[in-house]
Design a protein around this ligand. Structure first.
Ligand code: C2E
Ligand code: MG
Ligand code: MG
Length: 539
C-alpha cells in the first residue's frame, strides 16, 4: 500500500512521465475499444446487407418459379403436341403472358420449337439437373454472363420454360465472385444459377448448427433460403474480404483519431498535474511564509449552552486576502505528504495561541483533525507530547478527530489510536455516517465520541419534523457508550431535537462560526453563554 502511494507520489513529481503513460495507456485502450467496435459494426453491416440481398433474391425467385410453373402447366394442359405454327404461336403467347418467362419451348425426340423462333438457347438434349415427380429443373443453362440468356429452366412433359439471368440479377448486384447456388443431393453438391461455381460444402463443419438464414464464416457469407422442395436448397454465397484487409481499412481510419484523442488526454493530464503541482508548490511557500492560520469553532454542551471546547480548523489566507478552502488544499496536502507539516503546524499554533486559556480552564479541550497518514504512523503522539510539555498543557485537553476514510489499515490505526488514548487524548470519529464504519467495526475501535456529519443534521429539517438517520446513529452511539457531537447545527429546532434525542454536544453556525484565537479566548474567559446568539465571524 505504502509502496503504491510512494510510486504515485514519485509520478506526481514527473508529470511528463505520467502524461506519457496516460497518453500511451489511453491510446491502447482507445484503439482496442474502437477497433472492436468498428469490427463489430462492419460485421453487422455486412450481415445486414447480406440478409437484405437474400430476402430480395428469395422474393424474386418465388415470383419466377411461380410464373414458370404456371406457364409450363398451361402448355401441358393444352392439346397441341407437335411443332406446328400454331404451337409456336402458343409458346409465344405464354412467353408474352408471363413477365419472367424468357423462352418457352417444345421438345420431342425428333423436333424442337421455341417461342424465340430462330434464336433458341435451350439445348434440347441436356439432361435435367433436378428431376422432381412433376417438374424437371435445368440450372445455369448457360455459362455466359449475358443477361439476356437463360439461367434457369423448368420442364414438364415435353414443354420447357426458362427465365433470363437478367430477371435474377436485376434485383441484386452480386458482389464479385458471389454466386446464387442450388444445393442438391443432401447438401453435398452445388450448382451455380448465377455467378461462378463454388466449393461445396463451404467448411468442414457443414451444415452448421444454427437455424438462422445467414451463416457467417471467416471468409464467406452464406444466406440459406428456404424452399418448398426437400430436393434442393437455394443459397446465396459471397466471399468476405480477408480480416487483415478489413483491419487495414479500419485501422487507417481509427489510428489517427485514437492517437489524437490520446495526445489530448496526455496533455490534459499534464495540465492538471502542473496545476496541482503549482498549487502544492504554493502551499509549501504558504507554510514557509506563514499564510496558514488556525481558527477555532467552539463546541457547546447543548443542555447548558456552555462552551466545552473547540475544533481547530486550518485556513489559507493568501497575501491578496483571498481564502482557499481546506476542502481544496487538504486533499492535495494528503496526496503530497505536506499534511504532516500542516498537522504539526496546527498543534503548535493552537498551543502557542491558546496554551494559557487551556491551562486556566483544565476542562476545556481543542480537537485537531488528523489525516490518514497521521493515523497510520505513531509519529503524531511524540510531536504532541513534546509540544504539550513545552506549554504545560495536559494531554486530555487535546482531542484527535479521525474520519472513517482515514482508517485505511484498521489494525495499525487501532494500535496508534490506543497509544494516543493511553496518554490521555480523546479520540473522535469525524463525519460519522459518511464512510464505511459498521457497528461491529466501531466496537473494536478505541474511540470516545462520534461526530455526526452535517449531512444528517441537515436532514433533520429546519422544523425538525423529519428525523432521518441521525436518531439511529445517536441510539447506536449510546448503546456503545460513546458521546455524540452534532456538526453543522444551523437552526434552533435542530439543537432542541438533538438535545431531546440525548445528544450532549454540538457545533455549528447557530452558535458560532470558526473564530480567531483572540475571539475564542474572549468567549471562554468572559464565560459568555451563547444562548440563541452567536459570535461572528471569521476575521
Ligand atoms: P470537518 O472536520 O468536518 O470540519 C467541519 C467543517 O464544517 C468546517 O469546514 C466548518 O467550518 C464547517 N461548519 C461548521 N459548522 C457549520 C455550519 O453550521 N454550517 C456549515 N455549512 N458548515 C459548518 P472547513 O473549516 O471548511 O473544513 C472543511 C474540512 O477540511 C474539515 O471538515 C476537515 O475535514 C478539513 N480540515 C480543516 N482543517 C483541517 C486540519 O487542520 N487538518 C486536517 N487534516 N483537515 C482539516
Ligand atoms: Mg473535523
Ligand atoms: Mg466533520
Amino acid at each position: 500500500m505504502s509502496s503504491a502511494l510512494s510510486l504515485i507520489r514519485s509520478l506526481f513529481y514527473r508529470p511528463w512521465l505520467l502524461a506519457t503513460l496516460a497518453a500511451a495507456g489511453s491510446a491502447i485502450l482507445l484503439l482496442l475499444a474502437s477497433l472492436g467496435l468498428a469490427m463489430h459494426q462492419l460485421q453487422q453491416g455486412e450481415s445486414e446487407q447480406m440478409n437484405a440481398q437474400g430476402e430480395r433474391f428469395l422474393e424474386r425467385l418465388e415470383q419466377i418459379f411461380g410464373q414458370l410453373r404456371e406457364g409450363v402447366d398451361l402448355l401441358e394442359a393444352q392439346p397441341l403436341r407437335s411443332c406446328s405454327p400454331k404451337m409456336v404461336s402458343t409458346l409465344q403467347q405464354v412467353a408474352f403472358q408471363y413477365r419472367f418467362v424468357y423462352e418457352a419451348s417444345y421438345v420431342d425426340g425428333v423436333h424442337s420449337c421455341s417461342s424465340r423462333f430462330g434464336e433458341e438457347v435451350v439445348d434440347p438434349l441436356r439432361v435435367p439437373d433436378i428431376q422432381g415427380p412433376t417438374y424437371s429443373y435445368w440450372l445455369n443453362t448457360t455459362t455466359q454472363p449475358n443477361d439476356n440468356l437463360a439461367a434457369l429452366m423448368l420442364g414438364r412433359g415435353k414443354f420447357r420454360v426458362s427465365t433470363s439471368r437478367g430477371h435474377l440479377s436485376d434485383v441484386v448486384d452480386l458482389p464479385p465472385n458471389g454466386s446464387l447456388l442450388v444445393i442438391l443431393d443432401n447438401d453435398t453438391r452445388a450448382i451455380p444459377v448465377l455467378g461462378p461455381p463454388q466449393i461445396w460444402p463451404p467448411s468442414e463443419q457443414w451444415p452448421p448448427q444454427t437455424q438462422q438464414a445467414l451463416v457467417v464464416l471467416s471468409d464467406l457469407l452464406i444466406y440459406r433460403m428456404p424452399t418448398n422442395s426437400p430436393d434442393y436448397q437455394l443459397v446465396l454465397m459471397t466471399p468476405r474480404p480477408s480480416n487483415q484487409l478489413r483491419m487495414n481499412t479500419v485501422l487507417w481510419l481509427l489510428f489517427p483519431g485514437s492517437l489524437l484523442l490520446a495526445w489530448c488526454i496526455g496533455w490534459l493530464v499534464l495540465q492538471v498535474i502542473s496545476q496541482r503541482r503549482s498549487l502544492s508548490g504554493e502551499l509549501q511557500g504558504a507554510l514557509r511564509r506563514g499564510e496558514l492560520q488556525v481558527l477555532y469553532q467552539p463546541i457547546f454542551e447543548l443542555n447548558s449552552r456552555r462552551c466545552v471546547g473547540a475544533e481547530a480548523l486550518v485556513r489559507w489566507r493568501r497575501p491578496d486576502g483571498t481564502l482557499t478552502s481546506p476542502d481544496l488544499f487538504i486533499p492535495l496536502a494528503e496526496n503530497t505528504g505536506q499534511i504532516r507539516e500542516i498537522t504539526d503546524f496546527v498543534i503548535q499554533q493552537l498551543l502557542e495561541q491558546l496554551g494559557h486559556v487551556l491551562r486556566a480552564n483544565p476542562h476545556l479541550y481543542i480537537s485537531v483533525n488528523l489525516a490518514a497518514c497521521d493515523v497510520m504512523a505513531p509519529r503524531i503522539g511524540g510531536v504532541t507530547a513534546r509540544l504539550l510539555a513545552i506549554h504545560h498543557v495536559s494531554a486530555s485537553q487535546i482531542a484527535f478527530e479521525v474520519t472513517e476514510r482515514g482508517l485505511i489499515d484498521v489494525v495499525v490505526a487501532r494500535d496508534n489510536l490506543q497509544a494516543l488514548r493511553d496518554v490521555g487524548h480523546k479520540v473522535l470519529i469525524d463525519d460519522f455516517g459518511t464512510g464505511y464504519c459498521s457497528l461491529a467495526y466501531l466496537q473494536t475501535l478505541p474511540v470516545d465520541c462520534l461526530k455526526i456529519d452535517k449531512a444528517f443534521i441537515d436532514a433533520l429539517g429546519h422544523d425538525a419534523a423529519s428525523s432521518g438517520v441521525a436518531p439511529h446513529i445517536i441510539r447506536m452511539a449510546h448503546a456503545l457508550e460513546l458521546r455524540v457531537i452534532a456538526e453543522g447545527i444551523e437552526y434552533e429546532a435542530q439543537a432542541l431535537l438533538l438535545n431531546s434525542e440525548g445528544v450532549n454536544y454540538g457545533q455549528g453556525w447557530l452558535f458560532a462560526h470558526p473564530l480567531s484565537a483572540r475571539q475564542f479566548a474572549e468567549l471562554v474567559t468572559r464565560g459568555r453563554r451563547m444562548g440563541g446568539r452567536r459570535i461572528d465571524d471569521e476575521p
